[in-house]
Design a protein around this ligand. Sequence first.
Ligand code: PEP
Ligand code: MN
Length: 263
Amino acid sequence: MVSREVQAHNSVVRIGNVPVGGDKFAVIAGPCSVESEQQLMSVADVVKGHGAVALRGGAYKPRTSPYDFQGMGVEGLKLLKQASKATGMPTVSEVMEVGQVDSLCEYIDCLQIGARNMQNYGLLKAVGETGKPVLLKRGLSATIEELLLAAEYIYDAGNPNIILCERGIRTFETATRNTLDLNAVAYIKKRSHLPVVVDPSHGTGVRELVIPLSRAAAAVGADGIIVESHLNPAEALSDGHQALTGEMFAQLMQELKPFVEAA
Ligand code: PEP
Ligand code: MN
């Protein structure tokens, strides 16, 4: 079970060779979507150069509009594998359907369950049966209890390698894309032994807010962040307005130094 009542010590989940939940603050970074070889390789090099420990990138994209870019699919997964080989960073990518689980497992080190699928119980069971690390994002309007119970489905299917992700929830506030619930991070760290990461990109939807909310995530006790970055955000095929440029990513890592280096 994911509760601290059954396990007092913190779980450490390894994405490839990268521990999440230990004493180092983990920065997972990369584009919202994999768009091309050139786009992915260049941003992977930049984030790795500044200290990211794992690469994110969506190949299957849960877009609000069916007319928007839906992702490169398996070609995107192959590019992630290539970028992982080139940089040494393990990868995180979203799986949207049970039928995609096998190909994700072939190419990717950590399976992301997106906010829209947090309560897709068939999918939770399927990723639970793989034993692969799972990054489980909180649903758009899910309570903390519902998030913990969703994690329980993965755990109960035989997979304890779960990283929880606070990515903002829907509230009455419209100035930002979502309301990043940092209460949830502090609360879950008390209730559960699982590692918790924060997604300040979807949590705010505003590039200029990503660095301050990343600092806040570190300060409140998160085990890391997953953050979107693009070297040319104006041309991004998804979520460009919340992507950190290369320069901003460098600044982020500079500001997180005390947390990233704390041992
Ligand atoms: C993403 O990580 O690009 C994504 C779609 O996230 P979420 O499921 O949190 O909206
Ligand atoms: Mn995105």
